[in-house]
Ligand binder design. Structure first.
Ligand SMILES: Nc1ncnc2c1ncn2[C@@H]1O[C@H](COP(=O)(O)OP(=O)(O)OP(=O)(O)O)[C@@H](O)[C@H]1O
Ligand SMILES: [Mg+2]
Length: 256
């Protein structure tokens, strides 16, 4: 197996509405690893993953590599075709487009060929069963009237079907009840189990990490990664909050 990381970035800065919200991030995620980013509200976590995916509201400088190829300048849809995946914190509703047709189009784009309807239906059903989703879900309009938990399950359904190279999940655990959390975490583990995908999870709470054990936890304060460690770092954050890391953030130039 190659030692090349699935995803890496260097000196990433992100600007939104003329403000620098990400101030120099370097990150390397090898195949088969799950990395978690934790940090205070407004520290720039969503801006980082949205800008990496190519969200037009953000301007990104620095370099992004997927499977060793530079993707910094690519359009968002081309990044997605190459296997970059972002599950949004606030997914949008698209009335008139069913879950099933949306997913088939997305999977076809990712594979570079039209996936036959029957074959797709089989794959979809298997993935929906794994996530304990009702069959009728596939016929509903995208995110239209979905509960918070249903939206989150849809994200993981996409993850299972698209089989991305590098998946970024932004607060996939927010608003989930205990059972849904377990099921969603199971979906993430299932997607990651092949050992070929890299995963970056943005989360506020240690509880998701009880089910999806990260290899590395990064603490993100004021636009920078100020500390990285093992899963025990998430436990420490849960117990102590972020204040004790302020000196490190300041040393990194993080407190402006
Ligand atoms: N589209 C936008 N327009 C203007 N400002 C924005 C936009 N998106 C983000 N910001 C600002 O960028 C900063 C970082 O926000 P971001 O959403 O990245 O933080 P976060 O770490 O994800 O926070 P949370 O934990 O609350 O989700 C905030 O001050 C926010 O107001
Ligand atoms: Mg956020």
């Amino acid at each position: 197996m190659s030692q090349q990381p699935v995803f890496s970035c260097s000196d990433v800065h992100v600007y939104v509405a003329d403000r620098e919200v990400v101030k120099g991030v370097d990150l390397t995620v090898p195949a088969g690893e799950i990395h978690a980013i934790m940090g205070p509200n407004g520290s720039g976590k969503s801006s980082l993953v949205s800008a990496i995916a190519g969200h037009p509201a953000f301007t990104l400088t620095g370099q992004l590599f997927l499977d060793g190829e530079e993707i910094s300048e690519l359009e968002p849809d081309e990044k997605a075709r190459r296997g970059l995946f972002l599950a949004f914190q606030y997914p949008v509703a698209i009335p008139g487009v069913t879950v099933g047709s949306f997913l088939r189009a997305a999977v076809s784009a990712r594979r570079g060929q039209d996936v036959p309807v029957r074959e797709f239906r089989r794959e979809l059903q298997a993935a929906m069963e794994a996530l304990e989703m009702d069959r009728s879900f596939a016929g509903r309009y995208l995110n239209d009237g979905f509960s918070g938990g249903e939206k989150k399950r849809l994200e993981i359904l996409q993850l299972l079907l698209l089989q991305p190279r590098f998946a970024m999940l932004d607060e996939t655990d927010s608003g989930l009840d205990i059972d849904a959390l377990r099921i969603v975490a199971g979906g993430i583990n299932q997607a990651a189990r092949g050992g070929e995908m890299g995963t970056l999870i943005v989360t506020h709470y240690q509880r998701l990490l009880n089910y999806v054990e990260p290899h590395v936890v990064h603490v993100f304060i004021n636009g920078r990664i100020v500390r990285s460690g093992g899963p025990e770092l998430a436990l420490e954050l849960e117990a102590r909050g972020y204040d004790w890391l302020q000196p490190e953030a300041a040393a990194a130039g993080g407190v402006s």
